[in-house]
Design a binder for this molecule. Sequence first.
Ligand SMILES: CC(C)(COP(=O)(O)OP(=O)(O)OC[C@H]1O[C@@H](n2cnc3c(N)ncnc32)[C@H](O)[C@@H]1OP(=O)(O)O)[C@@H](O)C(=O)NCCC(=O)NCCS
Length: 160
Amino acid sequence: MKKKTKFKKISCRMMKKEDVGAVAVLHSQAFHSVDDDELAKRVRSKTSRALVAVKNDGTIVGYTLFDFEMDEKRKVMYVANVGVSAKHRGRGVCGVMVPWLVARLGRYKCKSAYLSVFSGNDSAVRCYTRAGFKFDSSSGMMRMQYRVPRKRTVKKRKAA
Ligand SMILES: CC(C)(COP(=O)(O)OP(=O)(O)OC[C@H]1O[C@@H](n2cnc3c(N)ncnc32)[C@H](O)[C@@H]1OP(=O)(O)O)[C@@H](O)C(=O)NCCC(=O)NCCS
């Protein structure tokens, strides 16, 4: 694979209603399906969230849809879709979005996140692995999981 120059400045923000059209185009490129209504519903939904990756000029070049689930009373983030515009792939957009999401797990009160991926999807697996996801062998599917590292507590010495 020929290495492409990575984008110097890609920023992430939460998706807005007016982004639905642009995201639907990316969604169809990434997953060969277009369903504006479904996307619009997700944006309005109280549980689903979406983020977009934006270039300097305001063009949306990537998106991520995510939800929350309860697993044994713990809130877990489920990363449902990650897509990057076909012409902007291989330039680090996914590499910005996934760490952005992981960095916000605490804000959503989640200690872990998971997603499903085909093992042959090299760029996706590489990107998730770099962000800290690991293959979860306990599930039958190609599932990757990220766990928020525990904070190291420094024990104070008792005064003599
Ligand atoms: C998978 C996808 C989201 C990756 O997005 P991207 O912005 O192109 O990814 P990045 O540029 O951040 O690349 C991630 C890593 O994969 C590498 N990579 C990029 N293209 C690659 C390719 N074709 N083969 C192998 N590795 C590749 C990059 O070098 C980078 O690794 P590095 O951080 O070690 O340099 C994008 O290709 C896409 O939208 N695909 C279609 C939808 C899809 O498969 N989504 C994931 C479903 S789980």
